[in-house]
Design a binder for this molecule. Structure first.
Ligand code: SAJ
Length: 434
């Protein structure tokens, strides 16, 4: 038995050692968070079973390969699977720790959809042994960890399931520990970021924290589940509100024909001002989504957070309108759209304003749209058949009259104003000013 296994036994009640679980840790959901977490834990000596509903994900991981692009993840998964510390399965095993890392998308009317978390809780419940610890990592509306506890209590009346506010622990522990890693830096940030660990009871928080102490080099900060759930939503809402300020400023500057980049550069020389960067809108699965989870908790009170979301969504419409105007003025000229990803240097096109803008333009003006995206081998489905073409940067500069920077990928950053002379340039990211 290795050291982490001893640690797991040590933090559970004595009953934990009566039955030997199949695995030390089960990670439910092998996506952008679950797979890197499972691989990091496995390479730190834990016996990990990753669980997913997709047969192809299971086969890929068990072959030591990855189904998502993330820096350093492929080597880590290969090592974890080769050492037999990580296996993937469609079935939830018995384990000491369960980590739930499944998607929590926006449902109708921007309401949170936690169906996958609830399904994970129902799948885990029959497997729980006394001493087990269930941790939710998925970004969730406040109260979700308590809902998980209720589901488990309903399926397992034989277990003393702790309730929020209890002073004592129960047969099992339940906690919320939000992921806070930045796509593109996930493997590093999983280890070095501080973690916030919120228990349904103080005992639950302590038991969950023991797991994080085994692989996190940052601080493990202990609190209750509701606070931890709120902290996660606050982090991304804070960022969204600040980006909205920058985006609103850029639209004001457009109307007033002022150079927003110069304004921000100089304003940021004030010791207490730090304006973020405008862009074509806010993308990704997190910042454009999570603020709605906070709004849903108190819709009448969350006026600024809701407005920020609306401003950031509107920035994509504003950007598209400006490009359409330039295309109208150019009569038959073509526009080169640089980048489709939701931010620089990643291949992730989910909720990407650049993709949304490009798709809308291509549907109307396909033949006049050239797309340059170093992270795509072919046009994404949304753009296929519209007449738009995926071309190299050189070809785009030769053919297009208008050049729009939608994503400041490193592959574009060598461009100088001289390279672009003779073109109409719309730089939504301020790349050419840096
Ligand atoms: N963006 C701007 N201007 C800026 C900064 C960002 O327009 O000044 C845009 C980006 O282009 C992108 C979007 O915002 O479209 C989000 O990008 P990001 O790099 O700020 O954040 P994400 O979505 O990749 O990751 C965020 C992170 N949260 C915070 O920084 C508070 C990460 O730590 C979280 O773990 C992640 O959300 C998550 O999973 O919740």
């Amino acid at each position: 038995m290795n050291a982490p296994f001893e640690a797991a036994k040590a933090i559970g009640p004595d009953a934990a050692s009566e039955a030997i679980p199949d695995h030390e840790i089960a990670v439910i959901g092998l996506g952008y968070i679950g797979l890197p977490t499972a691989a990091v834990l496995a390479t730190r000596g834990w016996r990990v079973c990753g669980v997913d509903v997709s047969q192809s994900v299971i086969e890929t991981v068990n072959a030591g390969r990855v189904h998502i692009e993330e820096r350093d993840l492929d080597g880590l998964v290969r090592e974890a699977v080769a050492s037999e510390q990580l296996v993937a399965s469609l079935e939830v095993p018995t384990a000491h720790f369960y980590m739930i890392a499944v998607p929590t998308p926006l449902g109708a009317d921007n309401a949170p959809d936690i169906a996958s978390v609830e399904a994970a809780a129902r799948a885990i419940a029959p497997k729980l042994l006394p001493g087990a610890c269930v941790i939710v990592e998925s970004t969730s509306p406040v109260g979700t960890t308590e809902s998980v506890a209720e589901i488990i209590a309903g399926v397992r009346p034989d277990l003393a399931v702790p309730r929020f506010g209890d002073r004592e622990g129960g047969d099992i522990a339940l906690a919320y520990c939000p992921e806070r890693v930045l796509p593109g830096r996930i493997v590093t940030e999983l280890v070095y970021n501080d973690r916030v660990i919120g228990g349904i009871t103080p005992d639950c928080a302590g038991r969950a924290a023991a797991l994080y102490h085994s692989f996190v080099k940052g601080d493990c900060l202990v609190t209750n589940a509701r606070i931890a759930e709120t902290v996660k939503l606050v982090e991304n809402s804070f960022r969204d509100v600040n980006i909205a300020f920058a985006n609103e400023l850029s639209m004001i500057a457009d109307a007033m024909e002022i150079d927003v980049w110069e304004v921000i550069r100089l304003a940021n020389r004030h010791p207490r001002v730090n304006v973020l960067q405008p862009g074509p809108g806010v993308g990704g699965h997190c910042i454009a989504v999570d603020p709605w989870f906070l709004v849903s908790g108190a819709p009448d009170k969350a006026r600024l957070i809701r407005t920020a979301r609306e401003v950031n969504d509107h920035k994509a419409i504003h950007t598209e309108e400006r490009i359409r105007k330039q295309l109208r003025a150019a009569r038959y000229g073509k526009a080169a759209l640089l980048g489709l990803a939701f931010k620089p240097d990643i291949d992730d096109f989910r909720e990407s304003p650049a993709l949304e803008i490009s798709t809308s333009l291509a549907r109307d003006l396909g033949e006049r749209i050239l797309v340059v995206e170093p992270f795509a081998e072919q046009l994404p489905d949304e753009l296929a058949g519209t007449g738009a073409k995926l071309v190299t940067l050189d070809a785009a500069l030769r053919e297009a009259e208008i050049v729009v920077v939608l994503v400041d990928h490193t592959a574009f950053r060598h461009l100088t104003p001289e390279d672009l002379s003779g073109h109409i340039v719309y730089d939504t990211r301020g790349m050419l000013k840096r």
